[in-house]
Ligand binder design. Sequence first.
Ligand code: FE2
Length: 678
Amino acid sequence: MDVKYKVRVTTGNLVHSGTFDSISITLVGTEGESPKTALDNWGVDFYTGAVSDYEVSCKHDLGDIVLLRLHKECMLKLFATNWYCTFITVTSPKGAEYRFPCYQWMEGCQTLELREGTAKTPAMDTLPLLKDFRIKELQKRQSDYGWKVFAEGIPHCLDVSSMTELESEVKFSFTKGALFAERGASKTIELKLRGYSDSQESWEKLEDIKDVFWFNKSDISEYITEHWKEDAFFGYQFLNGLNPRMIQRCTKIPPNFPVTNEMVTKFLGDDTTLEKELEKGNVFIADYKILEDVPAGLNNERQRYIAVPLCLLHLTKEKHLMPLAIQLSQTSGPESPIFLPSDPEWDWILAKTWVRNADFHVHQSVSHLLRTHLLAEVFALATIRQLPTCHPLYKLLIPHTRYTFHINTVGRETLMSKGGIFDQQTALGFEGLVKLLQKGTKALTLTSLCLPEDLEARGVSSLPHYYYKEDGLKLWAAVERFVSDIVNLYYPNDHSVKEDCELQKWMEEVFEKGFMDQETSGVSSSFSSVQELKKFLTMVIYTCSAQHSAVNSGQFDFGSWMPNFPSSMRKPPPSTKGTANLEDYKDTIPEINITSTILSTLWLLSAPPGDMIPLGNYPEEHFTEESPRRLIAAFQEELKKISNEIEERNKSMAKMGGPVPFGYTYLYPPEIENSVSI
Ligand code: FE2
């Protein structure tokens, strides 16, 4: 008598997931294979969102079902329609259920082999058929996804030269792609109509800058247009602005920035001195030394300038971080005055604006591009090349790589390229960008990528009103717990980590292609313990999700009032005091066309993303076993708790007497994406 298997096939519900082509299936068990069987019910079977049931008959029992083959065939290749299958479930006559995650596109006529979904490290696989499957899958991936060098000395990237070469699996969905293209085009046209994109003039009145994006205001951007000159707000941004990793505790005044007690005593409050405040740990410094020797380029064919500022800050009795002194170069002397809050108004505003400009460069190139986008791509590419679909860490990491290849390929085409936004619209130019990325790469350390250690190393763990730190530490702990519990399921001891050759190859590739084999990074080319593995994976997921959100989502909020975040400066940094005035200021900050292009880019990159998946949500069921799925649910609960705490804190923000009346939302879990996708 025939043995009948039930098969349930689910087609994706994104636009264009369905197909009219014919689909057949072959089940592969430990005791043999089924005949190739057409999956054909009445009407169209595989429309978008379809969940369809079929039967596969065999002459004998197939044992445990370990693989299946999907065959997609069409009468005329020209009219083939692609198919996105998400999941297949096979139920044996005895009621055993085998789950096969797919989440892949089938194009043209092809056969796709899928493994049953139970996560397995190489050591857990005993069947030669399955061991062989792992090897073949990785060989194919390694030939489909190669590495390329965009520039020497920076993390390597996916070897494609344009979006059209991207594999369908890693492209933006139709919804996200359409939204992205439409937004980009509408802003360009709008700015053109208003004449902004053609004008190389200085802004006539600073207030006019508000008109560029009058229809896209946020509470924070509005606040900044009114309060941008205030020292308290300037200080606040070091904690909770776009680049919250620049400040560190200062215990000794550096010799190249000779700030004296006489200079700053009146800003410190009564009964104290600079010496005492240094001792008490109330003095902080932001040092933009990384910009040293970075060449400035041309915008509108005119020379731009880069300063390399040092900024000293003081934590006041009211717990506000206030700037005390600014020097715009790394060498002290008569040519490089130390600017103070008591200087003439425009001298001080200009000095602060130079710091904000330095922050623009370091933020965009190092904190954002290098330390989230480019590293995320390295993690993604190593994952796709070195971990087979059945590997537990593939299942853990793959949701955190969604759309990263796509956004970075767009970035290389339009932002990072010669003639791109960095080159034409920021003072870095192409050469400056590459140089800064190289310096940032040289300085990469595991410590600086692991939030708790980074905060300790910078001496800022106890700073008040540092919401980036508060929310970040909670999220780090939640990710760490989730990662640890998942790792515990598959790696009982250090030996099991050491003997996982796929995992070791993954790390070797990450070390070589992302950390450029630099031992100074504190990263190693292999894992020798469970502990090391947990820490590194926590860093990977945190970097791809929370850290990216912290440096990405506020770009329009903090950047739309251009004087708060200028992309280039048209005059050299001042070498004397008493010369700055409003006219000179307007001729120093970016002109009209540069301002408007940068603002549309910042808006595009921080507008609410279409088709987003928030942190900790895994709509694709890569893990099919009960235990990891329970851990996912626990992770989501934890994130919900953190969300509630952030909501409560933000509600009471105005009452707390902090330096600004709005909350901090860039690390609010529902608004953090699982992956770097914008
Ligand atoms: Fe981004």
